[in-house]
Design a protein around this ligand. Structure first.
Ligand code: FEO
Length: 391
């Protein structure tokens, strides 16, 4: 499909994929976007597709009558975009892989591509295709260190690879349902980019002087109103948190659940929004989305084999890895006869720059004093949120 004169989307939609990295849920599938630019003198292919979709990319190139590819632009070494490079180099043996030095090294390591095949480019370097010019922009740490984007100067299209992308399978070439794309893009940001808020802020700063009419990421539909996703990213990477508590818990015999129910009620009475996740059935992606904005996270767990329930351990490890801008944390839960559940959870979230608020741990079934302590914790959260002026 042509997105601007002589600029074509040639990637693949993956309607059925449900997991990425065997970890990240993809409830709406995804796409691996690749773009073919036919300049008056040279032809460039921007990225390839996941190796499971090689035939789709090749079919699309054939249907466009692509006799020759001069440049294969590799923005990022991860295999969902680079995995078909070896097949393309076999079909188009004159093509040179254009990338930055760090990505070149990673592509050699990951895909065993011949060193002679590469042309490396510096930040802001340009590459002429005749009547079209690509300007490369390094945008490191949109989860890997080597990623770059390309700006097509004449058509004012930014190709930023994963940056601004969304895991969303759709045959709409352009964004046609902003709320749906917003959630998919936020999920993607939350799951892989949130730990790199600092570098991403710098990347946003870096592209701000480009005149961008379209953003064509490597996942999801193209943004023909780029301010929609740029403004969303500014909000997500900003320091502001919201009057929200993410409460992720599991309960084996009901004690922790009773505490959770009381606590949700206490927070509701204080007009604090609760994002509640029963980890036995939760979509971890939605938990990640909630962590983007929440001022406070509370983990709820019973005690299993002297420690937290493994599902809570998993949520704590994930939260620790995602390093949200959350400001406060606490733990609620129960135990039967002892254990180190509380200390272990605190250790698991040691990356978070949070103030730990006094936990509430009940011995067995929660008693009146435990419910009173939960009210006290809700009061403390409200007071902390008021200090931040977010209530
Ligand atoms: Fe879509 Fe980091 O690859």
């Amino acid at each position: 499909m042509e997105i601007k004169p002589n600029v074509y989307a040639v990637g693949a939609i993956d309607w059925d994929r449900r997991l990425f990295d065997e970890l990240i849920p993809l409830p709406d599938g995804t796409s691996y976007n690749a773009y073919l630019i036919k300049g008056s003198e040279k032809t460039a292919l921007l990225d390839t597709v996941d190796p499971t979709k090689t035939e789709v990319l090749i079919d699309n190139l054939v249907r466009l009558g692509t006799q020759r590819i001069d440049y294969l632009i590799a923005h990022h070494a991860e295999q969902d975009h680079s995995g078909t490079i070896p097949d393309i180099l076999t079909l188009y043996p004159d093509a040179k892989v254009v990338t930055n030095p760090k990505c070149r090294g990673m592509l050699i390591d990951l895909l065993d591509i011949d060193q002679e095949k590469f042309i490396t480019v510096d930040d802001n370097e340009t590459l002429s295709l005749g009547d079209k010019t690509l300007q490369f922009v390094y945008i490191p740490w949109v989860h890997w260190p080597e990623t770059m984007g390309a700006y097509l100067q004449e058509d004012k299209i930014l190709f930023p690879c994963d940056f601004f992308g969304s895991h969303l399978a759709t045959n709409s070439l352009f964004v046609d349902d902003e709320p749906v794309v917003y959630e998919a893009a936020k999920r993607y940001y939350a799951e892989i980019m949130m730990p790199f808020r600092g570098p991403i802020k710098k990347n946003l700063e870096k592209i701000k002087d480009l005149q961008i009419e379209m953003i064509a990421s490597s996942h999801g539909p193209i943004y023909d109103k780029p301010e929609f996703i740029i403004n969303a990213y500014k909000d997500w990477v900003g320091d502001q948190v919201k009057n929200e508590v993410v409460l992720a818990y599991t309960s084996m015999h009901g004690s922790t659940k009773k505490m959770v129910e009381h606590f949700v009620d206490a927070l509701t009475q204080r007009a604090i929004t609760v994002k509640l996740f029963n980890l036995a059935a939760a979509d971890i992606g939605k938990l990640a989305i909630s962590l983007v904005d929440a001022a406070t996270i509370v983990l709820g767990s019973g005690t299993v084999l002297t420690g937290p329930h493994p599902l809570v351990t998993y949520a704590a490890i994930l939260t620790n890895a995602l390093r949200p801008k959350t400001r406060f944390a606490s733990v609620i839960g129960s135990y039967g006869w002892g254990g180190k559940m509380l200390d272990q959870i605190k250790n698991l979230i040691s990356n978070l720059k949070v103030e730990i608020l006094e936990p509430v741990i009940a011995k067995g079934h929660p008693q009146n004093e435990d419910f009173t302590a939960l009210d006290r914790l809700a009061d403390e959260i409200l007071a902390k949120h008021k200090e931040l002026e977010i209530t």
